[in-house]
Design a protein around this ligand. Sequence first.
Ligand code: SF4
Ligand code: SF4
Length: 336
Amino acid sequence: MTEPNGKGVLALYWAASCGGCEIAVLGIDDKILKVAEAFDIVFWPCAVDGKVHDIEKMPDKSIDLCLFNGAIRTSEQEYMARLLRAKSKALVAFGSCAHEGCIPALANMNSREQVFQTAYHDTPSTDNPFGIRPQTETEVPEGTLYLPLFYDTVKTLGQTVQVDYYLPGCPPEADRIWEALVAILENKLPPPGSVSGATTTVCDDCPRTRTEKKIKEFKRTWQIIPDPDICLLEQGLLCCGIATRAGCGALCPQVGSPCIGCYGPNAGVADFGARMMTALASVIDSNDPEEIDRIITEGIPDPVGSFYRFSLANSLLRRKALSNHRLVAEAVPEGG
Ligand code: SF4
Ligand code: SF4
C-alpha cells in the first residue's frame, strides 16, 4: 500500500480488445465497492477521468497493480504498455487479448495493407470515393494531427513488456478476478510469471460422460442437437476442453456448446493449436490417409479459427509470413 490513506493504487487500461474485460471487472458485483475501499483508482479511461500525462508524472513503481487488457496493435498501445510497466509494481495481462492476442490477433493472417484494403475499400458497406486511409500525420489549419501507427503484427502484452501475472479468459471469470484482487490485497502473490487458474483442463471440470473417443466425422454446432450427458467431442463436435486451462468451471460444455479455448493452453503446453491437433490425431477413427484427409477438410473448414482463435499471436508461428519477407521493425515514435 503506497497511499498516505493506506489504500493501494490501481490502474486499468484497455488496448486492442472488445471491451468485454472492462465489463468483466464489474462482474464482481458489489465487491467492486470493496475494490473502491481498498484502492485509489488513478487511471481507468473507460470509467474514471484521468490523463496520460498524469501517469507520466508519477514516480516509477508507484502503481501497486495494473490490470492491462488488450493486445498491442498500435504504437499508442505499445507506448501505454511501456509506460504502465514502468509505473507499476505488478502488471497483469488481463484477459485473452493481453495474454495470447485473442480475436484481434487473427489479423496476423494478413498484413496492415490487407487489413486497410478490406476495411477502407472492399467491404460492401464502405463508401470511400476518394480512397482515403488513416495517416499518422495530417495537416489542418490548426496544426498537425497525429494518429498512432497501425502495426502489421498484433503482439501480446508479454511480447511487448515484462508481465508479472496472467489472468486468462475471454473475459476472465468474475471469481478469478476477485481471487487475483484478494491475492494483491493480502499480499499473497504467486511467483512472478504465474498464470492464474488451475493447472488442469476444462475436461477435468466437465460433468459430461467420457468413454473411448472414436471420431469418423466432425460436425458443426448447427448440425446436431447434442446428447446432454455425453462428451461433445465424442459426438463429433470440436470441443477444445482437452487442451484448455481450467478456470471457468467448464461453462460452455455444460450448456451444450463446445469449449473454444478462451482460457488458453493448459499448464505446460507451449502451443494451443499444436496440442489440439495432436489430441485430435489420436481420436480420428481411421488409418486411411484419404479418409483422414476427408474427415479433417470437411469437418474443420477453418483450422486457424478452430485451433488458434485465441492464441495465434502467442503461438509458435505467431503470424502468417509477410509476402515480401520484410522484417516487422516497428519502433515507437517519440512521445508515443
Ligand atoms: S465435452 Fe469437451 S470439455 Fe467436456 S469432456 Fe468432452 S472434450 Fe472435455
Ligand atoms: S468452456 Fe472453454 S470457451 Fe467456454 S468459457 Fe470455459 S474456457 Fe472459455
